[in-house]
Design a protein around this ligand. Structure first.
Ligand code: ZN
Length: 355
């Protein structure tokens, strides 16, 4: 373990691949956190095994000091609790009704006719981000005929859990951020604080676990997957979303790719190594693909990070212009790329079933 005398975040060196134990090859040096402006200079290496190719921070915050990397991290907005008036509230209500209707039709919560399903899918495809952005709100889980237990790891403000409860699930959240825990509890939902490996959930106690944008943040992703497998019932669903290290955005922006997010993203997966870690620990893959539902944000932020670096700025905030024609163009470009290069989407999406 080493202490960088110039910065306040204590770091430790990770010499071997957290998945396969191979050595790493230097990919990027002197990366800065231009998004949330935490202190430090970071390096990313790539696993030398051609079968693996995991990316990881070669010198990462220690588990004790990791919270310092989240000091200026966004806290999730207050979602359902914000002021209930105005055009934005009205539009968000309309969106929520449509999302819920779409999920009910697509995942079998209601027996919709062919015409209704066709129209819903058509409308969803007309959205800039396509149907994935709606389907993921339903956590890609099939309809249930009786209450089943669902755990969302990294549940943020609890908005997705609230929707899942409305669809009949017995829901529970898990968060690292005490502010999020409070927001989720105000919605009347149960939420625990900390890491899943600290919770001592009984074995086979959940029917589904959803972990969206979590696995890239955790220490020891292998034990994370093992613990999820242990607490899931046989036949239970494990849904994982995480940035795709083999995405078009990473290929194009390289060190400026938003998905790198040093020093909070401790490792970054591709479709092959993420599929392997999941299947190695008792799961059968049902869906393993990429999605570009957030291309407008990831490609937009990557553009901002690049501009900030060229200007010598330590923050990309002044360069962010998400709601623009450029943002729409990037989202449409993302969908076009995915149509021809299906494994180059900005996020990995896995749905696995416990064997
Ligand atoms: Zn490896």
């Amino acid at each position: 373990m080493t202490i960088d005398p110039f910065e306040t975040i204590e770091t430790e060196i990770v010499r071997t691949c957290p998945l396969c134990g191979s050595s790493g090859i230097k990919l990027y040096n002197t990366l800065h956190d231009l998004v949330f402006e935490s202190k430090g200079e970071w390096s990313v290496v790539q696993c030398s095994s051609s079968e693996c190719q995991l990316l990881w921070l070669s010198q990462r915050p220690t588990i004790v000091d990791l919270h310092k990397a989240y000091r200026s991290y966004y806290t999730h907005d207050d979602g359902e609790l914000r002021e209930r008036k105005g055009i934005r509230f009205f539009l968000s209500r309309c969106k929520r009704v449509f999302v819920k209707s779409y999920i009910k039709c697509r995942f079998g919560y209601i027996h919709a006719g062919f015409v209704r399903i066709f129209l819903m899918e058509l409308l969803a495809q007309l959205l800039p981000s396509g149907s994935d952005s709606l389907a993921i709100e339903g956590m890609l889980l099939p309809a249930i005929d009786q209450p089943r237990r669902l755990l969302e790891v990294g549940c943020g403000n609890g908005n997705m859990l609230k929707l899942m409860r409305e669809l009949g699930w017995e829901v529970e959240g898990l968060e690292y951020d005490p502010k999020c825990k409070k927001l989720v509890e105000i919605l009347g939902l149960r939420c625990s604080l900390g890491d899943i490996r600290e919770q001592q959930y009984p074995s086979e106690s959940f029917n589904a676990i959803y972990a969206g944008n979590v696995i890239e943040h955790v220490f020891d992703p292998v034990s994370f997957v093992k613990e999820c497998s242990r607490v899931l019932k046989t036949g239970g669903y494990f849904v994982v979303l995480t940035p795709n290290a083999a995405s078009f955005g990473h290929m194009y922006f390289n060190r400026d790719w938003r998905g790198l997010e040093p020093p909070r993203h401790l490792q970054l997966f591709n479709l092959r190594n993420l599929s392997k870690i999941v299947t190695d620990y008792g799961f059968e893959l049902k869906i393993a693909r990429t999605t570009n539902r957030g291309a407008w944000y990831i490609l937009g932020m990557s553009t901002s990070i690049r501009k900030a670096r060229y200007c010598g700025s330590r923050t990309a905030k002044s360069h962010i212009r998400m709601l623009s024609c450029g943002g729409l163009a990037r989202q449409l470009l993302g969908r076009l790329i995915q149509a021809f290069l299906s494994n180059r989407g900005e996020e990995l999406l896995l749905v696995a079933i416990k064997k």
